[in-house]
Design a protein around this ligand. Structure first.
Ligand SMILES: Cc1ncc(COP(=O)(O)O)c(C=O)c1O
Length: 418
């Protein structure tokens, strides 16, 4: 019989196979220092464009104070047990009520992590006769949630309403046969390329088709809409979103997440979300910290204003210097360049070592072969000097990419990869 580990010894997986060239630098980098616009990487100062601390709350003195005080008051254990058994408190309820009110829903329920919470939400909302229709570019937590579904599922082309309609036609016919319902899932803001989901058009399809709509607004919550209540607010369709989801891991700069919906739906989820029923309750320090962050989100609109000032300066600067930033409609700022994976590695090294710029890099198979995506996340902690230094650095690396410098520098890596 085969040893179970045999495949692991042979094949480290699509990402793991790059470990020897990439680990510690391109993946699992250690970015050190206080979370802000400038941190340290391998002892060097870098402008950090890779952290989703949109509103600059991560290291805000008021937040740090509340986090520290809550740590002293509650430790990291309290409350023990799952919400249903022994992990329920007034403050968990208070946070849920405030979140619900903020995103204009009747009720909300806390999740320990966005990823697990989304899996569990999808799992709880559908039974085997139901059909899921979801955007093909959806985040892994949606894809993995759909994997748990025992019934049919269809993807529609990314943000393509015609393709969604085609799949809703198929799903409707199938649902008539199975006797189930339809769940449509989109992101509010797609985190890789920054486009907003076409929530308004999707909600409008409810006139024509019968379905319920779940939105993952991880990147929209706190950054989109007049009050920061997210992409539903931004597009004026929050009412048409049946189940709204966001994480604390981005604009709120913490850990945890929530779903919000009509009271009856949240009451149902409370008793059926396996990620919450069978896991320890969100620890109190995180609950108290989230209450503080939410309060700042509501009362300090200047944070979101600064985020957008930086976003606009960065995106308009890139565009005016001729960079392709795709179709972003959010703070997520992708920069597309043409080159091979070894060239991309040499380019990122140059950016980090010689220009002090730290941003994420995405290559094939996440995006088409021959493209390099540098992903920049502006925050409220950046300033115009960060933006200008970055724009100058990007111009310099683009000309080196075009004159073949990185091809030459990466020739040995390229040979090793063949
Ligand atoms: C779109 C989206 N959904 C869900 C998650 C998962 O959230 P969490 O980090 O709270 O698990 C992320 C990443 O954090 C995300 O980008």
């Amino acid at each position: 019989m085969k040893d179970l580990f045999e495949k692991i010894y042979k094949d480290k997986g699509p990402l793991g196979k790059w470990a020897s060239q990439a680990e510690g630098y391109f993946v699992f980098p250690k970015i050190e220092g206080e979370i802000s616009n400038r941190m340290k990487f391998q002892g060097k100062d870098v402008i950090t464009w890779s952290i989703n601390d949109y509103l600059g709350l991560a290291n805000h003195p008021e937040v740090r104070k509340v986090d520290a005080e809550a740590g002293v008051a509650y430790g990291s254990a309290y409350p023990m047990g799952a919400r249903m058994m022994s992990g329920h408190t007034d403050l968990h309820e208070k946070l849920q009520n405030e979140l619900a009110q903020f995103v204009s829903k009747e009720a909300a329920y806390l999740l320990n992590f966005g990823y697990q919470g989304m899996l569990s939400t999808i799992d709880a909302l559908v039974s085997k006769d139901d059909i899921i229709v979801y955007d093909v570019d959806a985040h892994a937590c949606i894809i993995d949630g759909v994997r748990l579904h025992m019934g049919k599922r269809f993807t529609y082309k990314h943000n393509d309403i015609e393709s969604l309609e085609k799949n809703l036609d198929r799903a409707t016919k199938m649902a008539e046969h199975t006797g189930g319902g339809i769940l449509v899932i989109s992101e509010g803001v797609f985190g890789m390329r920054g486009e907003q989901g076409r929530l308004k058009e999707i909600v409008a399809l409810k006139e024509k088709y019968s379905f319920r709509f779940l939105v993952d607004d991880a990147h929209g919550f706190g950054t989109q809409g007049k009050t920061g209540a997210g992409t539903g607010e931004q597009q004026g369709v929050q009412d048409g979103i049946d189940v709204y989801f966001a994480t604390f891991a981005k604009a709120l700069a913490s850990t945890g997440a929530f779903i919000a919906a009509d009271q009856e739906i949240v009451d149902y989820l409370k008793y059926n979300l396996r990620s919450q029923m069978f896991a320890k309750s969100l620890q109190m320090q995180l609950v108290v910290g989230a209450l503080k962050r939410l309060d700042m989100l509501r009362t300090m609109p200047e944070l979101k204003a600064k985020l957008w000032e930086n976003t606009n300066a960065l995106q308009s600067g890139l565009k005016s210097r001729g960079f392709d930033i795709g179709t972003t409609q959010s703070c997520v700022t992708p920069v597309y360049l043409k080159g091979s994976i070894p060239e991309a590695m040499a380019l990122v090294k140059d950016l980090r070592e010689n220009y002090g710029i730290f941003c994420s890099i995405v290559v094939y198979p996440v995006i088409p072969k021959g493209l390099i995506l540098l992903r920049l996340i502006p925050t409220a902690t950046h300033d115009i000097q960060d933006v200008n230094e970055t724009l100058d650095a990007f111009e310099a690396i683009r000309s080196r990419l075009e004159n073949g410098t990185y091809k030459r520098l990466s020739a040995s890596v390229a040979a090793a990869m063949e």
